[in-house]
Design a protein. Structure first.
Length: 443
């Protein structure tokens, strides 16, 4: 328990540092690009992200699972990631270039050169994400936290230099992301080669197939999970103005920043769950209870003070995002809890079930968007996304209860141990922000 709290504190500390730098970056972009430019940038980033997810079968979550469960050595994890990642990136970039030649209205919402530049984000963002997460699979949580902060601070500095500094606008923002991701890949690679005996790997068809099989089973869920958060922007790209897209984009960005909290904890939980025959179900349930408590408080503050937050941090031009933030917060609270349970499904060889659940949520999202968009405009995207959160989260909670054998009452009942764990974790986090430790590990 103490080791887990220590790792959680380090990881969460890194996420908190990244959160502040991330908010600062979004603030710089909002003031520099205004609502329309912010919307155009969101579409360019979305274009690259969608292509990465569509083509990266097996190279992300598969590598994390097999290294975490010790079915692959770190050398094998890196090797197969490079194999799958290279093939995926080439195919994705070719597909992206081909799509840009078509007369699709989506591509009229940003400069053609910006969309072309976003293709370079595909390989660097893919390898950045996978190599960074692999640090947690081998218990290097301090390195993971430090690189998390480094990435956000570097992106902030490059954004300042390229966007308001050089005046490169959307292209400068994309270039800042590309250079940041490439730098993180190099830094992470150095960590692996210095900490481990990385050796050449003889390709194994069996292991290649196993990794591809695992990735394929979670493929639908991975795509649907992306669509859950981005389907609103995708559809708005065809029917809304660039300013409206910018309003919705900043609302989802703020919600995503809060979601970094459960994501940071799943980083710690995943290797423990994957490497335990019982899946550490009690630890997962306790973590989920604490997450809904902490995230619920943050979302309450965000909803109450959304107007001054947006006015000060992101400029008055983005104030129409305020009601969207409040709508999204209602569903995002329960989804933060469900994220913990979702990681349990993926880590305990149930990626297919996770895929189906997330797909159901996306279907709800699309249906409500289709019904409400003509009637209430851009607010429909927020209501549809919030409903997506609520439906998919409810199913995930019930599925976790069924698979783990824990009752709903047991899952939601707080105990003295929960408060003790929260107090101990906060104490650990506070101590680490004041003192540097010698790097020793608790047993």
């Amino acid at each position: 328990m103490r080791r887990g709290l220590q790792d959680a504190g380090v990881t969460l500390g890194g996420r908190v540092g990244a959160l502040f730098a991330g908010v600062a970056t979004q603030s710089v972009l909002a003031y520099s690009l205004k609502a329309e430019g912010f919307g155009s940038l969101a579409l360019c980033m979305l274009f690259a992200m969608v292509l990465v997810l569509l083509f990266s079968v097996g190279s992300d979550v598969g590598a994390l699972y097999f290294v975490s469960s010790k079915k692959f050595s770190i050398s094998e994890g890196l090797f197969y990631t490079v194999v799958f990642g290279t093939i995926s990136s080439i195919l994705a970039m070719i597909a992206g270039w081909g799509l840009l030649q078509l007369p699709i209205s989506f591509f009229s919402k940003a400069p053609h050169e910006a969309f072309l530049l976003s293709l370079l984000l595909i390989p660097v963002s893919l390898f950045d994400a996978v190599f960074h997460r692999l640090l947690t699979a081998v218990q290097l949580f301090k390195h993971f936290g430090a690189i998390t902060v480094f990435r956000s601070v570097l992106r902030l500095l490059l954004t300042l230099a390229f966007v308001p500094g050089a005046g490169w606008g959307i292209r400068g923002a994309l270039l800042a992301s590309i250079i940041t991701a490439g730098t993180v890949i190099l830094v992470t690679g150095v960590v692996f080669f210095r900490r481990f005996d990385i050796v050449p790997v003889k390709p194994s068809l069996h292991k290649l197939t196993a990794m591809l099989s695992y990735g394929t089973r979670y493929y639908v869920g991975k795509i649907s999970n992306m669509a859950k958060g981005q389907i609103g922007i995708i559809i708005l790209a065809f029917f809304a103005t660039r300013a409206e897209i910018g309003w919705f984009a900043i609302a989802t960005r703020l919600v995503n920043l809060v979601e970094m909290i459960p994501e940071s904890l799943t980083v710690v939980l995943f290797p423990r769950v994957a490497n335990d025959k019982q899946g550490r179900k009690d630890l997962v349930a306790r973590t989920a209870r604490l997450v809904i408590l902490v995230c619920g408080f943050i979302f309450l503050i965000l909803a109450v003070f959304a107007t001054p937050i947006v006015r000060i941090l992101f400029s008055p031009e983005l104030l129409p995002a305020v009601p969207l933030i409040r709508i999204l917060a209602m569903g995002a609270v329960i989804y933060c809890m469900a994220k913990i349970y979702l990681s349990y499904l993926v880590a305990t060889k149930h990626p297919g079930k996770a895929s189906i659940v997330v797909l159901i949520g996306v279907a709800v999202n699309i249906a409500l968007l289709w019904l409400l968009l003509p009637k209430i405009g851009i607010a429909a995207a927020a209501w549809a996304m919030s409903a997506n959160y609520l439906v998919s989260s409810s199913i995930i909670i019930l599925l976790f209860s069924h698979l783990s054998g824990l009752s709903l009452r047991g899952m939601f009942s707080f105990s003295r141990n929960d408060w003790a764990a929260l107090g101990h974790g906060l104490g650990r986090f506070t101590t680490r922000t004041r003192y540097s430790e010698d790097g020793g590990r608790s047993s």
